[in-house]
Design a protein around this ligand. Structure first.
Ligand code: AMP
Ligand code: MG
Length: 511
């Protein structure tokens, strides 16, 4: 259950128990690194903390008590007005390439890492407040976040988690009672983000650009210990580390592409070393399939278009590899060779992960050399017919192995329904070559082809209503998206693509 706006305000729920200190068993390893890795920074207090949403399941997962957090004290913690005991708040230093342009210092300009908790699975998780006020890295920014982008990050990151895509998570949303200045005045909010870590490619770039080899080595050793402990045993641990990051990133981007996700701002400062999707700004899911799809209002050249994501990820990983050169080998030429060989593996790793996922989406168990063509032909037909990507796979899941005349709902997704007939024949021939029973195949496809994704028009509708202090649409949408593979009775509206008048053409970072 979550707190709804319009329901009682947290301030009125104060009871004696809730006033006791809520335990956060922090163990802050990043803050034990040298001072030049971060700036110590407490969140800046806000006038009127109000807890809009607590992710109770996630709270339990990371060993926190959801009931205790749904209190006045919880609201104060998530708004940054009270620093829980054991926290050691810092803003992390990093650099990055933004749209290909080098920026030597970015850093957490509006985020504060409270500390780290060990979750119920023994994994270390960062707890970060995003929108918590100015820091040493704020430059001209106000350090704040508006409610709209905070809701967007909550909806999309939690949907990604439910879709099985590695991602940072959203623990809570608090509003601040403050208006912030963007193009207009907007309500301020803070997102509490949970991540395996906030180390980015840009964190490595920050130290490499300064020629600070000691810090670089320490950062690499830290990242290895935290995320890739097996690399320590390798003959060349830094090469093993680079390989492992590249493998995880290839798997991650394949998952994005397989659900129709467009990150929108794949700058190197927004790429996590742990392989999670991070920094949900102008991100969006495609409705109808087209590889050139771009939503971000700032991506004028389509650098981060849907179909460009794999090569851009490889470009980013080449940036990471470059920072590691001094660690890869004492000899420059040998180091270059290690880096190049590692990065060159990306396309094959991506393709292997992608075709494996695509086979599952198409209901195929065995691997055939012609699968790539079968998949590509399906996508081409979708692109030519403005076919909804998500529904095409979902409705394909329902089809029988043989032709039955029940294909109408699937056909209806294609502008020229006949355009998919030949392909369907090929697909059925391919199915007949496998021993799998039809029901089994239908069910397996339903488990990988979602009925619901966070469609742009639904997100905007939820954000618009929240601007009027009505969180019903947000509540409903997050509830449906928490179970995206299961057909839901309330889900009709949520499963459909936008009507022409509902189509969203552009998304914004809102920073
Ligand atoms: P992003 O586009 O969210 O990845 O942010 C890029 C950089 O700008 C990061 O260093 C952020 O910390 C910083 N930044 C974004 N928004 C703000 C803001 N409102 N105030 C201060 N810094 C910000
Ligand atoms: Mg960022």
């Amino acid at each position: 259950m979550s707190r709804r706006a319009g329901a009682k305000h947290p301030e009125t729920d104060i009871n004696e128990q809730a006033m006791e200190k809520i335990p956060f068993p922090f163990d802050n390893s990043y803050a034990r690194l040298p001072e030049r890795f971060y700036a110590r920074q407490n969140p800046t207090a806000v006038p009127a903390p109000r807890l809009i949403r607590l992710n109770r399941g996630l709270a339990s997962d990371i060993g926190l008590d959801p009931d205790a957090l749904e209190s006045h004290e919880g609201a104060e913690i998530f708004a940054g007005n009270r620093v829980p005991e054991g926290a050691l708040p810092i803003a992390m230093a990093y650099a990055g390439h933004q749209f290909g342009h080098w920026v030597p210092e970015l850093g957490d300009g509006r985020a504060v890492l409270l500390g780290e908790l060990i979750d119920l699975h023994g994994e270390r998780r960062d707890i970060q407040l995003k929108g918590a006020g100015r820091t040493a890295f704020s430059r001209h920014g106000d350090g704040r976040a508006a409610l709209g982008p905070v809701l967007r990050e909550y909806i999309v990151s939690e949907a990604m988690a439910a879709l099985g895509v590695p991602t940072t998570r959203a623990l809570a949303i608090a509003t601040t009672g403050e208006e912030i200045r963007r193009e207009t005045m907007l309500p301020g909010a803070i997102l509490t983000r949970v991540a395996r870590s906030h180390i980015r490619i840009g964190t490595f770039q920050y130290f490499a650009a300064r020629g600070d080899i000691a810090a670089l080595t320490q950062l690499a050793d830290y990242a290895i210990a935290r995320h890739y402990p097996h690399a320590r045993e390798a003959e060349n641990p830094y090469r093993a580390f680079l390989d492992a990051v590249i493998e995880r990133q290839a798997g991650l981007i394949a998952k994005w592409v397989l659900v129709g996700f467009i990150h929108g701002v794949m700058n190197t400062d927004n790429m996590s070393i742990a392989g999670e999707t991070i920094d949900y700004g102008p991100c969006a899911f495609m409705d109808h399939y087209h590889p050139g799809t771009v939503f971000s209002s700032i991506d004028h050249r389509g650098r981060y278009a849907y179909g460009n994501q794999p090569p851009v990820a490889q470009w980013n990983l080449a940036c990471l590899a470059r920072t590691l050169l001094p660690l890869l080998d004492a000899d420059d030429e040998a180091a270059n060779e290690e880096a190049e060989t590692a990065v060159a593996r990306f396309p094959a790793l991506f393709e292997t992960a992608w075709i494996r996922g695509m086979r599952e989406k198409l209901g195929l168990e065995d691997a055939h050399p012609a699968d790539m063509t079968l998949a590509q032909d399906f996508l081409n037909a979708m692109a030519e017919n403005k076919t909804d990507f998500t529904l095409a796979f979902r409705r394909l899941s329902d089809l029988k192995n043989g032709e039955t005349g029940d294909d109408a709902p699937f056909h209806a997704l294609f502008e020229h329904p006949g355009a998919i007939d030949d392909w369907l024949k090929q697909w059925r021939i391919r199915l007949s070559q496998e021993g799998r029973c039809e029901t089994n195949r239908n069910q397996a496809m339903h488990r990988v082809n979602p009925a619901y994704i966070p469609r742009n028009h639904l997100i905007e509708e939820a954000i618009d209503a929240a601007g009027q202090d009505d969180f019903q649409a947000f509540e409903e949408l997050t509830a449906v998206l928490s179970n995206p593979f299961e057909a839901q009775s309330v889900g009709h509206k949520y499963g459909n693509p936008p009507r022409p008048d509902q189509i969203v053409h552009e998304t914004f970072c809102g920073t």
